[in-house]
Design a protein around this ligand. Structure first.
Ligand code: NAI
Ligand code: PHE
Length: 346
């Protein structure tokens, strides 16, 4: 295998299933704080190398996310490299793929727990849970806590509030907020910021998803124009890797705060944004609401209101990250990473 990133995690498992044509990558980044947990991402990837790299980067982000949220859980991630895009898979083949994945989870015997991510949802966790105990986020009908998207969106909204304060704005009223990706999380973020008085700009590769927001007054931005569009807050809520160093040199925004895991294609991009005075909310802090929901409800016995109370504290956690970064003359990503690593090592 070539081109994979230097990996500081514990274990990567790779399996190819001839029958379905799917390949499975499960990366366990850290089990220091508890069993590794992180969602299952099901997508078509250009190569197995890219699937492995994605799983590892996402697993690392989960370790930092769990530590930043003070949860007694480690970080991991599954990637299912699909033979064709998810929308083109028929139901039978998808169920066969899930059945292989459930078997993978059983083999790992609780060292790794999964949950929903891009390409999977609560109903898929219901299917996995028929074979394995190691799936968080079953639907409410199947006795689980349901989708994590609401809590994630609430946390991202809190992160946007903290971030705009950091650039001197008292609130969201009148600010141009561009939400990229109007799926489970992004559509809720869009609604929350619009309700708070923001001028909403929206984009999705599936334009139909923009419809309800446009009907409520939002402006559509073509998907390929997104990093060239002037706004106060850019909120990436699709997949990650949106901002590389070149884009960072010209991104016309004052704040970057969104739900996507690994928004930055490289950590170096944050330094470029930072030097331009652009505030970046570390994504593993901003999008921690989903983990709080799943781990809180399923492991720690929290109620929905406990989850909400913890999720809105993301605003305070980010205030602390920004203050610590200013004091130490480092970037917010460096400050948040140092805090999370300290928790893991302690
Ligand atoms: P989703 O799959 O429901 O929505 C993603 C949306 O992005 C879809 O509408 C898709 O059409 C759109 N999209 C994909 N590529 C795009 C592009 N290049 N430009 C514009 N739109 C594009 O996923 P979900 O659950 O909303 O998650 C969004 C992000 O947030 C993901 O990166 C996920 O890992 C992250 N996240 C999700 C959590 C959750 O609780 N669901 C928790 C923490 C992070
Ligand atoms: N995939 C989501 C995330 O990245 C939700 C999730 C959290 C899934 C924790 C499993 C475990 O946060």
């Amino acid at each position: 295998m070539t081109g994979t990133l230097p990996w500081d995690g514990e274990m990567t498992c790779v399996r190819h299933d001839e029958r379905t044509g799917a390949s499975f990558v499960i990366a366990l980044h850290s089990t220091t704080l508890g069993p590794a947990a992180g969602g299952t991402r099901a997508m078509a990837y250009p190569s197995l190398d890219e699937a492995v790299t994605d799983a590892r980067r996402l697993a690392r982000a989960m370790s930092l996310k769990m530590a930043a949220a003070d949860l007694p859980i480690g970080g991991g991630k599954s990637v299912i490299m699909l033979p064709t895009p998810r929308a083109q898979l028929d139901d039978r083949r998808w169920r066969e793929i899930l059945s292989v994945h459930a078997h993978n989870l059983e083999l790992l015997n609780g060292s790794y727990w999964t949950g929903p991510d891009v390409g999977t949802g609560s109903e898929d966790m219901d299917v996995l849970a028929r074979t394995t105990r190691f799936a968080f986020g079953r639907s409410v009908a199947a006795g689980g806590p349901g989708s994590s998207a609401e809590a994630t969106a609430q946390g991202v909204f809190s992160a946007i509030r903290a971030s705009v304060r950091e650039v001197g704005e008292p609130g969201l009223d009148g600010l141009r907020i561009l939400v990229q990706g109007l799926g489970a999380v992004g559509s809720r973020v869009a609604t929350l910021v619009a309700e708070a008085g923001a001028r909403l700009l929206v984009t999705d590769v599936d334009e139909a998803r923009c419809g309800p927001h446009v009907a409520a007054g939002a402006r559509i931005v073509p998907a390929e124009e997104v990093t060239r569009t002037e706004c106060d807050v850019f909120a990436p809520c699709a997949t990650g890797g949106v901002i590389d160093t070149d884009i960072a040199t010209m991104l016309p925004a004052r704040v970057v705060a969104g739900a996507a895991n690994n928004i930055l294609a490289t950590d170096g991009a944050e330094r470029v944004l930072h030097d331009r005075g652009i505030i970046v909310a570390p994504d593993f802090v901003a999008n921690g609401g989903g983990a709080l929901h799943l781990i809180g409800r399923e492991v720690l016995g929290w109620s929905e209101s406990d989850v909400l109370a913890r999720t809105v504290l993301i605003e305070k956690a980010l205030d602390e990250v920004f203050t610590s970064a200013r004091k130490q003359r480092i970037t917010p990503l460096q400050a948040a990473t140092a805090g999370a690593v300290e928790r893991i090592q302690a």
